[in-house]
Design a protein around this ligand. Structure first.
Ligand code: ASP
Length: 320
């Protein structure tokens, strides 16, 4: 049985982008685009999720994802409760399920979950009551579906919907990055023309993963002529101490400086999921420069999460 779909094929949860079709992605991106709001303008709001209650359970740190999921739910009229969860990794899924079953009795309709252990989000999704939906807000190094969607939306806004015409370079710690995995799934489903993976050997994903990506050992090769340069943070928390690269040396060989960015197309956009290590994977002059769309990514996060919450939760009947 599919872990995130109802019997009729519609999305009941959002745990991964791996089985989303191009048509489903296009529909979500178009839906999200309707919720994008210019900076300083009053954000769009409606009552689509009136009477619903969403719980946020985050066992790993988060700023943008947690806040934007909360804003998204509130702007659709739902109530949001942030739950403190401090779980030992032993039997984490079971402990989380006990909490969730308690909350189901209090009429929660959905749970937004971030966890550092692979499989916990899907385990919860497989065990919640039939009327409850689960949304991944980041699962270990495995996936971060709403980040993949907001990255695709950002590319689409700046480069248009003809993904076939684009060359996208993902640069940095691809091996430990859930952002890279979900972006890869979105970009390949949307038909990106050329996808490049640029990383030192220790940060390149294992052979067989990211099969449609062409691998480059240096930014000098991998950035040449790219339309989109997506930088990634070194995921120190997922590495042994000895594997963590020295920041200065890393910047010298892989950091995105203004000079390196000139290898890409002159109208290339620069992306980063944040938090950024300025001076390690990206120079401040580039992060804050005219080609950076990093703030658009944050803004798009709320719009994408509104579209996802509405798409998944809306088909549900109103309880008497
Ligand atoms: N915020 C992103 C994530 O949760 C990227 C990062 O932490 O590097 O994966």
């Amino acid at each position: 049985m599919n872990k995130q779909r109802r019997g009729d094929g519609s999305l009941r949860h959002l745990i991964t982008l791996e089985d989303l079709t191009r048509a489903e992605l296009d529909a979500l991106l178009e839906h999200a685009q309707r919720y994008v709001c210019a900076s300083g303008a009053r954000p769009p709001m409606n009552r689509a999720l009136d009477g619903m209650t969403i719980g946020n359970l985050f066992t790993e740190p988060s700023t943008r994802t947690r806040v934007s999921f909360e804003l998204a739910a509130r702007r659709l009229g739902a109530e949001v409760i942030n739950l403190e969860v401090q779980l030992s990794s032993r039997a984490k899924g079971e402990t989380m399920l006990d909490t969730i079953h308690t909350l189901e009795s209090l009429h929660f309709d959905g749970f937004v979950i971030r966890d550092s252990e692979p499989g916990v989000v899907a385990h919860v999704a497989a065990n919640v009551a039939a009327h409850v939906s689960v949304f991944s807000a980041g699962e270990a190094h495995v996936s971060h579906p709403t980040q993949g969607l907001l990255d695709a939306l950002t590319v689409r806004q700046h480069k248009g919907a003809r993904f076939e015409a684009l060359c996208i370079a993902i640069v940095g710690d691809i091996r430990h990055s859930r952002v890279a995995r979900s972006a890869y799934e979105a970009f390949t489903a949307l038909g990106v023309g050329e996808l490049r993976l640029v990383a030192p050997p220790g940060l390149m994903p294992e052979a067989g993963l990211f099969p449609a990506g062409r691998r480059y050992a240096t930014p000098e090769q991998g950035l040449m002529g790219a339309d989109v340069v997506m930088m990634l943070r070194i995921q120190k928390e997922r590495m042994a101490q000895a594997e963590i690269p020295d920041g200065d040396q890393y910047f010298a060989r892989y950091g995105l400086s203004a000079a390196r960015l000139r290898l890409a197309r002159p109208d290339a956009i620069v992306m980063h999921p944040q938090p950024m290590n300025r001076g390690v994977e990206i120079d401040s002059a580039v992060a804050d420069g005219p080609q950076s769309v990093i703030r658009d990514q944050v803004r798009n996060g709320v719009a994408v999460r509104m579209a996802v919450l509405e798409t998944v939760l809306r088909p549900r009947p109103v309880r008497a």
